[in-house]
Design a protein around this ligand. Structure first.
Ligand code: C5P
Length: 236
């Protein structure tokens, strides 16, 4: 198709918040709007890429032109990402994946009973999808470019940037889009649901972080520019 910087490339993007089922009608969720991930998919499409969009729960419509794969829970997202990763030139893990899920999925609705104790929901860790994608890439497809996201706060032990660098190293992705979340209660509101963003792009290859402030579309275009530059440099 097109003549954009990503013409002929396949980009896999995840977005939105996963829902972890408790019983047939209830779930544990998060406040992710899916706006930043959708913006990245849109920017990749504008650059001429073929885009597979693995969508958990979004407040926005998935971008027209992407092949959308709807998912609900973290385990479903992991399956969809690992199924679509082979052959992708770049993978962007923008989804807010629940770190924990209820240990058991109840077959029928949790009931209120006056005579019984209040229920306790035990949680177990979800797999880290980004780490699994990096492990697959390292084993099978070393040229694949993988982008992760992080929302960090600074504290006495370290700055936001230091926590970001540590996360980049731990996850093993090539680029980390680092969001600074304020330590105060309103911090989450600065990231979730908003149309604008202020991020640092940290690369595994080192170099100075690139600060990008603007709309989520502008942040998305900066991420897509980095992907394009990387793919041009590594494959010509
Ligand atoms: O560890 P943390 O949740 O801060 O890492 C954020 C990054 O890791 C995001 O790119 C997110 O999509 C990804 N992630 C994941 N699987 C999880 C948790 C986070 O892929 N279980």
């Amino acid at each position: 198709s097109g003549v954009g910087a990503l013409a002929g490339k396949h980009v896999l993007v995840s977005a939105g918040g996963t829902r972890e089922p408790i019983d047939p009608v209830r779930f544990l969720g998060n406040r992710s709007s899916g706006k930043q991930g959708s913006a990245i998919a849109r920017a990749a499409l504008e650059a001429g890429a073929r885009v597979t969009f693995v969508a958990a729960h979004l407040d926005v419509a998935p971008p027209a032109g992407a092949e959308t794969v709807p998912v609900d829970s973290a385990l479903q997202m992991r399956d969809a990402m690992l199924a679509n990763a082979p052959g992708a030139d770049a993978v962007v893990m923008a989804a807010a994946v629940a770190d924990f899920r209820p240990a058991e999925l109840l077959g029928s609705k949790l009931k209120k009973r006056d005579d019984a104790q209040d229920p306790v929901i035990a949680l177990v860790r979800n797999p880290d999808i980004l780490v699994e994608l990096v492990a697959r890439r390292n084993a099978e497809e070393p040229s694949q470019f993988i982008v992760g996201f992080a929302a960090e706060t600074g504290d006495e032990q370290g700055s936001v940037l230091e926590y970001g660098q540590a996360k980049l190293a731990r996850k093993g992705c090539d680029l980390l889009v680092l969001n600074e979340v304020g330590a105060d209660a309103s911090g989450a509101e600065r990231v979730f649901g908003r149309d604008s963003n202020s991020v640092q792009l940290l690369s595994r290859g080192g170099g100075d972080p690139e600060h990008v402030a603007g709309s989520k579309d502008e942040v998305a275009r900066a991420v897509v520019r980095r992907i394009s530059q990387e793919l041009a440099a590594s494959r010509g």
